[in-house]
Design a protein around this ligand. Structure first.
Ligand code: GDP
Length: 213
């Protein structure tokens, strides 16, 4: 089956809001996460491009939605959503982000799945859980990327992963929500992430053909 070469990712467009997002042709996956969780580093590691997703983040700056696509797969996109959770951002701005993100998740037809990037030392914070719940309400698959795994000893990292997975099983959402460890620093977990993204982005060719009446 065809696979996307994530290393060929290129910048497509920035949109200031969901209403100004590009065409709904094709398929896309979105990356979300608290600011400083490691989202830009994860996208840059996946794409092998240290500059694709900007790691600079000044609180209060206009938060853009950034789209990337691939020369050989122009209708497949990665979407870098604005980081959430700046302590210093005024409540009105936070509310606006919440409204925008929930609208994007619930109304974007091209969206096939959501990657939520979380620092493995601080998983499932309030806003992460809210995002997961919005996605589940819309029956949108979610992949939890527990990044900065290098910051914990292997045993502690593994038990965090197991605890997060158990949490999803207990909530009976493990059919929609998967999780893995990741480290941008150690380049750990890239293949697993690529498999998830390929599964979401590429149309399935191996389904049985519809039976003719
Ligand atoms: P973003 O705000 O979610 O886009 O976060 P960044 O990607 O800018 O990362 C925030 C900080 O965490 C930066 O100082 C990164 O160098 C660091 N960081 C990101 N990923 C990793 C990782 O896998 N391991 C370690 N040790 N540090 C990381």
């Amino acid at each position: 089956m065809a696979k996307i070469h994530f290393r060929t990712a290129q910048f497509l467009i920035s949109a200031p809001s969901i209403r100004q997002c590009p065409t709904e042709e094709g398929t896309e996956v979105a990356f979300a996460g608290r600011s400083n969780a490691g989202k830009s580093s994860a996208i840059n590691t996946l794409t092998g491009n240290g500059k694709l997703a900007r790691t600079s983040k000044t609180p209060g700056r206009t938060q853009l939605i950034n789209f990337f696509n691939f020369p050989a797969a122009p209708d497949q996109r990665i979407v870098d959503l604005p980081g959430y959770g700046y302590a210093k951002v005024p409540m009105a701005v936070k509310k606006k982000w919440q409204a925008d993100l929930s609208e994007y998740l619930q109304q974007r037809d091209a969206l096939r799945g959501l990657v939520i990037v979380m620092d493995i030392r601080h998983p499932l914070q309030d806003f992460d859980t809210m995002m997961i719940n919005w996605a589940i309400e819309g029956e949108m698959p979610v992949h939890l990327l527990l990044t900065k795994a290098d910051k914990l000893k292997p045993g502690a990292a593994k038990s965090t992963l197991l605890a997060v997975q158990k949490h999803m099983r207990d909530a009976q959402v493990d059919d929609l929500v998967s999780a893995q460890m990741f480290s941008a620093l150690k380049k750990q977990g890239i293949n697993q992430l690529e498999d998830v993204l390929n599964g979401w982005l590429l149309p399935q060719h191996d389904e049985p053909e519809a039976v003719q009446e």
